[in-house]
Design a protein around this ligand. Structure first.
Ligand code: F6P
Length: 568
């Protein structure tokens, strides 16, 4: 039975509630003119610079947020995570993704056992396997080297690796190592995604990596069976042994699927799906594409932030500051969304990854003890790289709803371009926007300014910008594998901080289950109707009507049930 105190019943929470009135009387235009305040809202660590001076917060707000952290036992909760305690109580699991990138000689215990040697055993296996494949020593069924990889997985077994792959693709060092190789991701069970993935690939030179923590996810398993068929149809069933490997915690199911357990790469229950990019889930496909040495740098970047998060005082702790400010924005200022705006095309898949990490972690309605929350937890994350977003949804951000923005910028471009005669380099052009947008949001533009510019009276309301819209800026020195690891870990820990403060379980995801079980009823109905002519029954009027329409009109089922693969 649920019993514990909710964070909203504590004094620090109530003090922050009362403090909202003080903040409502301020404007970022004024807050930004206080240099002392701004100075103390800059934090540097390991080449990164966080500037949170454009948050609607004063030093008093920060002080109150630190008190809230204390009331939430944030320090202790972080400690319990690193100590391998079973903090994911509804699944009775520790939460130890920090162990995935811990240095070889470190000690991280789970159930009295140091898990770091197990982690490195798998990493070493990946190093050897990926080198064997990349060097051409491991060949396919017809003796050809395997130059292309399709990673089959969804959710946490897809989004993190895709983000990192997209970010590394244009990194000069990583791209050199990837010459002549391709890495693709098959996630959606939509056959169109199968078609897109196999188009242009030759099964003779393709390695399929099936990535699934549970090895039961419906979409992934059907896609895995589809690619198994694609390989067998072209090369014969015995080719599967050479062309398919797996990443999973469920090695029994891997073997039952027909993949040699020697070609399976393990991870553990204490790695949450959305926190698994540093396990074999990400490390195997990325090492096949870029070589293990590049991926090791990525792990080192994440590990650097892990140490910072564990040991830095809260006033200088980047994930803690970010997490507390998000709680402030969501729970006190009432802003339910957050825009993630990297000024780097290489980070185009960062927001989709963070959507899962954040919304699957913190989109909860009850406390960790099962008490309904009288406040909203979690936020709606979305984003696009700047400047593309500027020409799309920024209108709403500037003059519509208030959405706290994360501006992420990079000092040195992965791919510098200079054109003779241009005023600035192409990267400078991009970054001019990165530096300008936060001020546009913070300061806005007043009717008086517009009048002084002789703007016609009837346009003044349309051209006025209220300003006072919070954002923060995170400046990375460059975007190499190390920095990508840092960025990942900052967001992972920030989201954990939010969950720890809200007092929820950020590491389970029961909310995805109901839809899955209803889909399985529909699957049974479709099969019964199509194969045995059974009528549609057991559904409400709406679903029955839709299903009947689908069954009457669907034409993609072959009349004889022979295997059909995409024809492109
Ligand atoms: O449906 C959500 C989810 O359970 C995620 O949490 C997970 O990342 C994804 O499915 C994939 O699961 P698996 O790796 O077990 O296939």
């Amino acid at each position: 039975m649920a019993s514990s105190t909710l964070i909203c019943d504590t004094e620090p929470w109530k003090n922050l509630r009362a403090h909202v009135e003080d903040i409502k009387k301020t404007h970022l235009r004024d807050l930004m003119s206080d240099t002392k305040r701004c100075q103390s809202m800059m934090v540097e660590f390991d080449g990164l610079l966080l500037d949170y001076s454009r948050q609607c917060a004063t030093l008093e707000t920060m002080d109150k947020l630190f008190k809230l952290a204390e009331a939430a036992n944030l320090k202790q909760k972080i400690g319990r995570m690193y100590n391998g305690e079973r903090i994911n109580s509804t699944e009775n699991r520790p939460v130890l993704h920090v162990a995935l990138r811990a240095p070889r000689d470190s000690v991280i215990q789970s159930d009295g056992k140091n898990v770091v040697p197990d982690v490195w055993k798998v990493l070493d296996k990946i190093r050897v396997f990926s080198e064997t494949v990349r060097s051409g020593s491991w060949v396919g069924a017809t003796g050809k080297a395997l130059t292309d990889v399709i990673s089959v997985g969804i959710g946490g077994s897809f989004l993190g690796p895709l983000f990192v792959h997209t970010a590394l693709q244009t990194d000069p060092e990583a791209s050199k190592f990837a010459k002549g190789r391709q890495l693709r991701f098959l996630a959606n069970v939509d056959p169109v995604d199968v078609a897109r993935n196999i188009t242009g690939l030759n099964p003779e030179t393709t390695l399929v990596v099936v990535v699934s923590k549970t090895f039961t996810t419906a979409e992934t398993m059907l896609n895995a069976r589809t690619l198994r068929e694609w390989i067998s149809a072209a090369l014969g069933p015995s080719a599967v042994a050479k062309h398919m490997v797996a990443v999973s915690t469920n090695l029994t199911l891997v073997e039952q699927f027909g993949i040699d357990p020697n070609n399976a790469f393990a991870f553990w229950d204490w790695v949450g799906g959305r926190y698994s990019v540093c396990s074999a889930v990400g490390v195997l496909p990325l090492s096949l594409q870029y070589g293990f040495s590049v991926v090791e740098k990525f792990l080192k970047g994440a590990s650097s932030i892990d140490q910072h998060f564990y040991s830095a005082p809260f006033e200088k702790n980047i994930p803690v500051l970010l997490g507390l400010l998000s709680v402030w924005n969501v729970s006190f200022l009432g802003y339910p969304a957050r825009a993630i705006l990297p000024y780097s095309q290489a980070l185009e898949k960062f927001a989709p990854h963070i959507q899962q990490v954040s919304m699957e972690s913190n989109g909860k309605g009850v406390s960790i003890d099962g008490v309904p929350l009288p406040f909203e937890a979690g936020e709606i994350d979305f984003g696009e790289p700047g400047t593309n977003g500027q020409h799309s949804f920024y209108q709403l951000i500037h003059q519509g709803r208030v959405i706290p923005c994360d501006f992420i910028g990079v000092v040195k471009s992965q791919q510098p371009v200079y054109l003779k005669g241009e005023v600035v380099s192409n990267h400078d052009e991009l970054m001019s926007n990165f530096f300008a947008q936060p001020d546009a949001l913070a300061y806005g533009k007043t009717p008086e300014q517009l009048q002084n510019e002789n703007v016609p009276q009837h346009l003044i309301p349309h051209k006025t910008f209220s300003g006072n819209r919070p954002s923060l800026s995170l400046l990375l020195p460059s975007l190499n594998a190390y920095n990508i690891g840092q960025l990942l870990a900052i967001y992972e820990h920030r989201i954990a901080v939010q969950g720890f403060v809200w007092g929820i379980n950020s590491f389970d995801q029961w909310g995805v289950e109901l839809g899955k079980s209803l889909a399985s009823q529909v699957r049974k109905q479709l099969n019964a109707a199509q194969m045995k002519g059974k009528p549609v029954e057991g559904f409400n009027y709406s679903t029955t009507t839709l299903l009947k329409r689908y069954l009457e009109a669907s034409s993609d089922i072959p009349s004889d049930p022979c295997t059909l693969l995409p024809q492109m």
